[in-house]
Design a protein around this ligand. Sequence first.
Ligand code: IMP
Length: 192
Amino acid sequence: MNLIFATNNRHKLTEVNQILGGTIHLTTLAECGITEDIPETSPTIEGNALQKARYVWERTGRNCFADDTGLEVDALDGAPGVHSARYATDGHDFEANVTLLLRNLEGVECRSAQFRTVVALIVDGREYIFEGVVRGRITCERHGEGGFGYDPVFVPDGEELTFAEMTPEAKNAISHRGRAMACLAEWLAENK
Ligand code: IMP
């Protein structure tokens, strides 16, 4: 089965290929001639995932999906949430985002948080939504070199290591994106 994955984020593409690899062939945006940044202007994670998938569907008429993720920190009332990519700056500056997050949590004891991924799938013009959540906590400093984004400061519940210290397989087995993609894969297996 062939699906366009509406992302320009190579980290995500690698992860999703590892998760879905073998069952679904992912076509990249570049391969179907979409080189511009897809607008993400919705105030919600769900809205952004749908906005990206619709953008691709409207231009290609091909089955596609998009994902959007937010890190929701309880002590910050759910921030950075939908603003996770642009928390500190206008660009996707992972370093600056983590630095700002750690600064905003300085001296804060309650460090619980969750990653939430929403996947929007469009098949033959019909829209479907899947969600994956992983609960955990924000560390006081960075640990590990793997992964991307907030991975060096997020320890999932029941684990000792940050996502950045885990192997890709260990992260994917319990991560927000892994869980959302597993729902997507299950739906595709049952319906396509
Ligand atoms: P996106 O909109 O799905 O690209 O995600 C928004 C931001 O959330 C990214 O720029 C990253 O900073 C962060 N993020 C998304 N997924 C992950 C992850 O798996 N680990 C750590 N940070 C992530």
